[in-house]
Design a protein around this ligand. Structure first.
Ligand code: DGP
Length: 113
């Protein structure tokens, strides 16, 4: 999508530290990390948020989770990690392109803030 920062990162028009990519998915380090390891995993396809998903996106969404598994393995996050979709204003979603946060390397509290 024209002005989407994550589409531009996926297209390598904006630099980022990419840790994984394939035909469907790109994963890169968060600019403002909230944990020692903080990766954003996005579909190459522009999807603004969960409400705009269609049933045809179900496999793609599974690919985000499977990419998280691969990256967590690569980063040796053996003690666990947190996966988060912020979705909509109340969640604090800032970028309107679906992204899965993978955070690890420290302990997290629950309930999330
Ligand atoms: P969210 O609040 O869930 O929409 O998280 C958006 C995240 O995106 C936030 O943690 C900071 C990150 N971010 C925003 N702009 C950029 C950017 O240009 N590059 C990278 N690597 N991360 C970005």
């Amino acid at each position: 999508m024209g002005n989407c920062i994550f589409c531009k990162i996926a297209a390598k028009e904006i630099p980022s530290t990419i840790v994984y990519e394939d035909e469907h998915v790109v994963a890169f380090r968060d600019l403002n990390p909230q944990a020692p390891e903080h990766i954003l995993i996005i579909p190459r396809k522009h999807i603004a948020r969960i409400e705009t998903l269609t049933e045809s996106d179900t496999e793609l969404m599974g690919r985000l989770v499977f990419a998280a598994k691969r990256i967590a393995d690569d980063l040796k996050l053996k003690n666990g990690y947190r996966l988060i979709f912020n979705n909509g204003a109340d969640s604090g979603q800032e970028v309107e392109h679906i992204h899965l946060h993978l955070m690890g390397g420290r302990k997290f509290s629950w309930p999330a803030g």
